[in-house]
Design a protein around this ligand. Structure first.
Ligand SMILES: [Zn+2]
Length: 426
């Protein structure tokens, strides 16, 4: 029998001893260019992760997103999921990472897919977002095994596709297939980059909508004989800007969204087009159509129904007050806000682990944008979910993206202690 402190020391020693292995594994993963779009080399990467999970005593399955429109012969959407069962199947903690990466883009001073290790950092597209996170998940579980500590509950690790394009063939697919559910899953940690010292407990909601105004075409030398769809869109934009935007800015969520500016409700005018195409040949006509696309980020306190009703009310009033103003509203995308419930065991387990590893409590934060958390919460129905992992979020999608090896090691330790606590093994 060893004491709890001795067991923890053995886990930490196993992680320290595995550092080089973890760096090599991450570098090799970076060399598989899983660029999305279009979704390259997914199958190869899923099997690369799957082989390592098998070596670490996981029972591994591959799940192609059959039926998904993005799952094609040239770009198969293949996810991998591994299970290591403890003495009992529950409590089960699931660790997830997406292995798709955004395109390299310009500005790199080195090969983005070279897996270069230099000055204590691993460089490459997808190091922090989020292949290092996948490494951390696997080695957190593996260190427990190498330390000889038997698991009471079970640990499951998935590598999924397409997070960068919405996660529909990835985490959403796994959730729809019932691979994560309240009947089998007790806690979920998505190992996205959270600077090692913060935990993400959700995000605001997203409402993308399109407004079309329709006018009546006439000769441009006699505009009074027509109805300008562009002028009518201008009236709508003016009301949005003068009335709605200040109101949104005055609303603040209680969620700890970082940066601070994203604590408010916001509206962005994403695109606008009206009349004849600018680069085409112009003829003198009153614009008979104008379309604009809007990105409204709403707070958990606002809710979607009130958010949409507010837009409808504003458009209705513009139509009432302006002769011949005709509009159509089309919903393009709705992502509901998610928030990890207060007192969630996954937050307290990570916090206790961080205090032990880093010597300070974790900062609670919410993300300005969305990530796969929404699918775990809304489709799988598992609210006990957060994001925690190695790497600096600000470096995601940037040139010369990297992850500090020290961050990788530290967050692996935090994850290992959390797995021990959440599976009831300590
Ligand atoms: Zn990510």
């Amino acid at each position: 029998m060893s004491t709890k402190a001795q067991q923890i020391d053995r886990v930490f020693a196993a992680i320290d001893a595995a550092t080089e292995e973890m760096v090599d594994f991450t570098s090799e993963m970076i060399r598989i260019p899983t660029v999305n779009p279009p979704g390259d080399a997914y199958e190869e990467c899923a099997h690369f992760i799957g082989r390592r999970l098998e070596q670490c005593d996981f029972a591994v399955e591959y799940l192609a997103a059959e039926g998904s429109p993005d799952h094609t012969a040239t770009h198969p959407r293949v996810n991998v999921i591994g299970l290591r069962r403890g003495a009992t199947s529950r409590p089960l903690v699931h660790l997830n990472g997406h292995f798709d990466v955004v395109p390299a883009g310009a500005g790199w001073t080195m090969d983005p897919f070279g897996g270069i290790v230099k000055d204590g950092r691993i460089y490459g597209r997808g190091t922090c977002d989020m292949k290092a996170g996948i490494t951390a998940a696997i080695y957190a579980a593996e260190a427990i095994r190498r330390a000889g500590i038997p698991l009471v509950g079970s640990v499951e690790i998935s590598g999924t596709v397409d997070e960068e394009s919405g996660g529909f063939a990835g985490m959403a697919y796994l959730a729809k297939q019932g691979r994560l559910s309240p009947e089998k899953t007790d806690a979920v940690i998505i190992t996205e980059p959270t600077n090692t010292d913060r935990v993400y407990i959700g995000h605001r909601g997203v409402y993308w909508f399109e407004v079309t105004t329709r006018g009546r075409i006439a000769h441009g030398c006699m505009p009074f004989l027509g109805v300008s769809a562009i002028e009518h869109m201008g009236i709508i934009l003016d009301q949005l800007r003068r009335e709605l935007m200040p109101a949104l800015n005055a609303r603040t969520t209680a969620m700890p969204v970082k940066p601070e500016g994203a604590r408010h409700a916001t509206l962005n005018i994403n695109a606008i087009a009206g009349g004849q195409p600018i680069d085409g040949i112009q003829t003198p006509c009153v614009a008979d159509i104008c379309r604009a696309i809007f990105d409204r980020r709403f707070l958990v306190e606002e809710g979607f129904d009130a958010t949409r009703a507010e837009i409808v009310a504003l458009l209705e009033r513009a139509a009432r007050e302006t002769p011949e103003l005709v509009y159509e509203l089309r919903d393009l995308m709705v992502v509901h806000p998610v928030r990890t419930p207060d007192g969630a065991s996954v937050v307290s387990a990570l916090d206790r682990a961080a205090q032990q590893v880093l010597g300070r409590p974790l900062l609670l934060a919410a993300s300005p944008g969305t990530y796969d958390h929404k699918h775990v919460d809304r489709i799988a129905g598992v609210p006990n979910c957060v994001a925690y992992g190695p790497g600096i979020l600000d470096l995601a999608h940037q040139p010369d993206e990297y992850c500090e090896i020290n961050d990788l090691v530290q967050s692996t330790k935090v994850l290992a202690l959390s797995i021990l606590e959440l599976t009831g093994s300590l």
